[in-house]
Design a protein around this ligand. Structure first.
Ligand code: 13P
Ligand code: ZN
Length: 203
C-alpha cells in the first residue's frame, strides 16, 4: 500500500460521506509511475480499501489488481491529454448531473462564470454528448476536449475533472458542484455573470 492509495481511499470516503456521490457511483484515480491507480468497478467510494485499487496503463489496459472502474479508459484519456494531471475524479454529484440533463446548454462551455472561484478552479466546462457509462466511444471525444479544459461534463451523467493532484481535482469538482447548485437556484432570476474582462483578470 502506498501513500497515494491511502489518499484515494480517504478522498473517496470524504466525498461519499458528504453525499457528493452516492451508492456505487463515481471513481477516482491518481497517476502512479507510468500508469494510474484507480478505484475498482462496482464498489462504493465510501468503502475503499487502499490495498484494493487497480493499476491500469495510460493506454487504459488493466495491469494488476481487481477489475478497474469501467471508466478507466476515460481517466486514461484525460492523463494522455494533460501531461501535468496527477489525479482524476468522476462523480454523480446531484446538481452537476441536473445541469448535465438540461437542454440548450452551450456544448463549448456549459455554465456561465458566476463567481471568481468558479473561474479559478473550473474555468471552461465542455459538455460531452451522452454515451452509456463505460462506452469506449467517449474516449477520443474526451481526450480531444481535455486538451483545452480540465473539467468536462458528461451529458445525462456527471462531471469528470483532472487536477495536478487529488486535492486539486477534488477542489475543482466540488467548486463545480456548488456552482451548478447556484446556477439552478438562480434560474428564475436574471443573472449577471462576471464580465469577460473580470474573467481575464483571474486567468
Ligand atoms: O460512475 C460510474 C460509472 O460511470 C461507476 O462505475 P465503476 O463502479 O465501474 O467505477
Ligand atoms: Zn458515472
Amino acid at each position: 500500500m502506498t501513500e497515494i492509495s491511502q489518499q484515494i481511499a480517504d478522498l473517496g470516503a470524504s466525498l461519499f460521506h458528504r453525499r457528493l456521490t452516492h451508492g456505487r457511483t463515481g471513481n477516482i484515480s491518481a497517476r502512479s509511475g507510468d500508469g494510474l491507480l484507480i478505484t475498482p468497478t462496482g464498489g462504493s467510494l465510501g468503502d475503499l480499501s487502499p490495498d484494493g485499487l487497480s493499476f491500469v496503463s495510460l493506454a487504459g489496459e488493466h495491469l494488476s489488481g481487481p477489475r478497474p472502474s469501467k471508466e478507466a479508459f476515460l481517466h486514461a484519456a484525460l492523463y494522455r491529454a494533460r501531461p501535468a494531471a496527477g489525479a482524476v475524479v468522476h462523480l454523480h454529484s446531484t446538481y452537476s448531473v441536473a445541469v448535465s440533463c438540461h437542454d440548450g446548454l452551450d456544448p463549448d462551455d456549459a455554465l456561465p462564470p458566476l463567481t471568481a472561484y468558479y473561474v479559478m478552479r473550473v474555468g471552461r466546462l465542455p459538455l460531452l454528448p451522452y454515451h452509456a457509462p463505460g462506452d469506449p466511444a467517449l474516449g477520443p471525444i474526451a481526450e480531444r476536449a481535455a486538451r483545452t479544459a480540465h473539467a468536462l461534463l458528461l451529458a445525462n451523467h456527471g462531471p469528470i475533472v483532472a487536477g495536478g493532484d487529488l486535492g486539486s481535482a477534488a477542489d475543482a469538482v466540488e467548486e463545480l458542484e456548488e456552482t451548478a447548485r447556484l446556477w439552478l437556484l438562480l434560474r428564475e432570476r436574471p443573472i449577471r455573470p462576471l464580465t469577460p474582462e473580470q474573467v481575464r483578470s483571474l486567468t
